[in-house]
Design a protein around this ligand. Sequence first.
Ligand SMILES: NC(=O)c1ccc[n+]([C@@H]2O[C@H](COP(=O)([O-])OP(=O)(O)OC[C@H]3O[C@@H](n4cnc5c(N)ncnc54)[C@H](OP(=O)(O)O)[C@@H]3O)[C@@H](O)[C@H]2O)c1
Length: 237
Amino acid sequence: MNRPYIICHMVTSLDGKVTGDFLFTHECAGATEIYYEINRKLRCDGFICGRVTMEGSFTGGYYPDLSEYEPVRHDLDLKMDYMLDDMTGFYAIAFDPKGRLGWKSNKIIDPDAVPGYDGAQIIEVLTEQVDERYLGYLESMEIPYIFAGKDEIDIDFALFKLKNIIGCDTLLLEGGSIINGFFQRADVIDELSLVTAPIVADKGGKPLFMNGTLSNYELVKSEIIKGNIVVNYKRKR
Ligand SMILES: NC(=O)c1ccc[n+]([C@@H]2O[C@H](COP(=O)([O-])OP(=O)(O)OC[C@H]3O[C@@H](n4cnc5c(N)ncnc54)[C@H](OP(=O)(O)O)[C@@H]3O)[C@@H](O)[C@H]2O)c1
């Protein structure tokens, strides 16, 4: 396979939603704990999240003053990727088409929070929509970036690069709904790992896959852990 194996790992409500206040309720706390435990056990090469999730979980809306950075210009419209010499470790891969995430370090710094993410090497996946000064900022922070697409991130191309340039064999896809939908429509989700909490989401919650399409999965494993349903499915091809 010329791309990483993708495991979409998510907490859902009983009605299949993945966003909203239900995630922060007492009823969902057990599911979240199980989710992080599975996350650590899966031992993948990294995790992928959409820009909104990365902002909510890690950058908190910080954004650098781009006027302080030199633009990185590319000849002949050929957008060059930027890598570090030492690229081994666990990766935090941000699908950030316009370069809207402001990082304060090139690694996730989250020592007091959930174990498993702290120290992950950040990688930005961008499109040609990005401000060239943002590239200057990323390079000054030693944050690797890859280009995949003009307006929208081309999922197949991004995964091809993550496998062949960075060497990722297995990656977690950890939401939210919009990025999961992009991956599902591109038919690159090989496995689903879901922890369903015993709660129904409030109105406005987004589904596991935003704008999903028909596709079959085969149940591989199911368990009930402390009142939560923990299931694992593989894509039926
Ligand atoms: N239940 C769970 O396990 C779980 C896990 C993670 C997150 N969440 C929840 O999910 C919520 C956020 O989800 P969300 O669906 O709103 O957003 P999201 O999927 O986290 O991020 C969506 C954004 O990512 C960028 N993006 C991703 N793939 C792209 C592609 N192929 N082409 C172009 N842009 C792409 C776009 O950024 P731009 O907007 O910059 O264009 C897009 O708007 C949060 O509230 C969080 O709490 C839940």
